[in-house]
Design a protein around this ligand. Structure first.
Ligand code: UTP
Length: 289
């Protein structure tokens, strides 16, 4: 069973980034010179996936437009002879085939995945959160697909976090069955301090078997009255099994102001035109404190 589709939920309200996100979707906020959603799509494409199922909501149409042809802009750039820019703009619209599904109310990440059932139906698929960036030599989704192909059950991406931060994440307890691969024994959503010794936190990348939909149908609203994907994953774990994979790469929560700044610095330092001068600037800045 090959993973051919990626579900990218972008229907959240982005309240942590207000007022910037009052009108602009947080996934369209720019990290250096690309909106965060473009980094996500490039990771998906780099993982041999061409079909993206966007879970959208009102006010999010800029995301779909970003991956569509822009006739007026392309004509303008062509007439002005700005061929490099034209190439760049055209490239974006050829990256993926987009299907959009509407989530009418932000009822949680689990609900956002559930509304894609009529489009995905009965094949395994990736879920990639629109505001979680992973900078990795081998795309994180690609790494996870390899684990899925080996173990043939759903896989969640995890990273080690300081124990004092575990209450902010979904935490996985498990047994290591291969380097960096854990058979999940317990899933705990935002555990109160002192209630787990595991520091393996779930981040925004999943490879899911289609049986997750049946589990989501049976998931009652949890923390915050939302349908939590973690709760459905716990049902899936009991019924079929679930693996966690400690991926290689640097992850940034770009939906959070501090994470967004860290992502910006990280990608700016690697930018072919800006990296050098930005590094010099940072060095001078640090020495002036
Ligand atoms: P977040 O909780 O980070 O997004 O959900 P949010 O709700 O937009 O952010 P804040 O907390 O208010 O700032 C992770 C991802 O899941 C999507 C979001 O768009 C984000 O990409 N999501 C979340 C949905 O699509 N629907 C939901 O009901 C909730």
């Amino acid at each position: 069973m090959r993973v051919k589709k990626a579900v990218v939920p972008v229907a959240g309200l982005g309240t942590r980034f207000l007022p910037a996100t009052k009108v602009i979707p947080k996934e369209m906020l720019t990290v250096v010179d690309r909106p965060t959603i473009q980094y996500i799509v490039e990771e998906v494409v780099g993982s041999d996936i061409k079909e993206v199922v966007l879970v959208t909501a009102s006010g999010k149409s800029a995301i779909e437009d970003h991956f569509d042809y822009s006739f007026e802009l392309e004509t303008f750039l062509s007439q002005k002879g700005k061929l490099d820019l034209l190439k760049e703009v055209r490239h974006i619209s050829t990256l993926i085939d987009v299907v959009s599904v509407r989530q009418k109310e932000p009822l949680g990440l689990g609900h956002a995945v559930l509304v894609t059932e009529p489009v995905v139906v009965d094949e395994p698929f990736a879920v990639v959160l629109g505001d979680d960036l992973v900078d990795a030599e081998v795309p994180c989704v690609y790494q996870m697909i390899k684990v899925f192909e080996q173990f043939r059950e759903s896989v969640v991406a995890v990273q080690q976090v300081p124990l004092e931060d575990t209450h902010r994440y979904g935490i996985v307890e498990g047994r290591e069955v291969a380097p960096g691969v854990y058979e999940v024994k317990r899933l705990i959503e935002k555990p109160p301090p002192g209630t787990t010794t595991s520091n393996l936190a779930i981040i925004g990348r999943y490879i899911l078997r289609p049986e997750i939909y049946g589990c989501l149908h049976r998931t009652l609203p949890g923390v915050g009255g939302e349908i939590q994907l973690t709760d459905a994953l716990d049902i899936l774990r009991k019924e079929r099994g679930l693996y966690a994979y400690e991926f290689t790469g640097k992850r940034f929560d770009a939906g959070d102001k501090f994470g967004y700044l860290q992502a910006t610095v990280n990608y700016a330092l690697q930018h072919p035109d800006l990296g050098g001068i930005f590094k010099e600037y940072l060095k001078k800045l640090v020495s002036s404190f």
